[in-house]
Design a protein around this ligand. Sequence first.
Ligand SMILES: *Cc1c(COP(=O)(O)O)cnc(C)c1O
Length: 382
Amino acid sequence: MSSQPRPPRIFLSPPHMGGRELAYIQEAFESNYIAPLGPQVDAFEQRFARRVGARHALALASGTAALHLALRVLGVGPGQVVPVSTLTFIASVTPIVYLGAQPVFIDAESHTWCMDPEILAQALADLDRQGRRPRAVVPVDLYGQPSDLERILKVCEPYGVQVILDCAEALGSRYQGRPVGQGAAASFYSFNGNKIITTSGGGMLVSDDQDLIDQARFLSQQARDDAPHYEHSTLGYNYRMSNVLAAIGLGQLEVLDQRVAAKRRIFQYYRQALGSLPGITFMPEADFARGNRWLTVMLIDPGQFGADREELRLALEEHNIESRPVWKPMHLQPAFAGCPVQGGAVAERLFDRGLCLPSGTALSDADLERICAVIMERHRRA
Ligand SMILES: *Cc1c(COP(=O)(O)O)cnc(C)c1O
């Protein structure tokens, strides 16, 4: 046992308040809008919609809830299939299964790490030959990298498949110069504690389609029909965002640009400090994209670097630094055993070699130095 005190823990992507959150919470308390909905939720929806360039927004309890509602409103149900990125967090997939549909996992392309539009085209053609037409496809903007939406839309169009874009990790990212999310039938974002801005927990569904958002809003409040008593002709959910949490969101939204700048600076720092080590490469940025670099992710070639991804993760952990493997592809998850997958080798390779580095926007240069020193030392020891 070492007698030295452990250095303070460096987390992967902890919450970072901007300063005005408490003032907005105070307003909510003073007006007694503690109970679910209220002016803070309305303001958060309006400002958020303006920020991402969408006509309508619906604040919800989580990003998962937002996807669940979007899929249901677009008519996804039992017996159907929904193509979805295999390289993602499980929340991109679970709502498909909640609705009784089956995910079809689509591999990533290596220059974006997001859904490969050509593999999606193959999957849709194969399904079409079996007489199956998905209602929706769910591409994921991975680690803030925008999907190539234009190509995905082109592939979906002949089949009349709608796109629900998972932007949970990509708030503040730009695709072809515009905020991500535009152009899809619906898009959603997450304000979970580790995301680029947080409400401690929450999500937002956006769309230009008023009817889609109206229906989602109705279902998110227990599907109460228009009557003085409680009348229900269908089943809904309890999925709204609390007014107190929306107050946090108002404060966080004000610092989003600063957060994106900080994330991108952290990425540059790592790339400059580590990019010349043998066997180290970084997540690419496509030429159509300006991502938020939610997490800095690097690939480790164990032969050249002298340690594999897991050995490096453990070396960081020994110094009380949190890092994580790239998402384990969904087609390798026991929970989805038996679900079809198209391709998969790209996602598997990224999982084998990819490590997410601490990317909290409050990291100091001293923290970054400390992290990079451990990585350089692990290479020297190899
Ligand atoms: C975080 C995340 C979600 C889910 O968001 P929650 O708000 O945690 O429900 C969905 N998809 C991806 C890719 C995510 O990273």
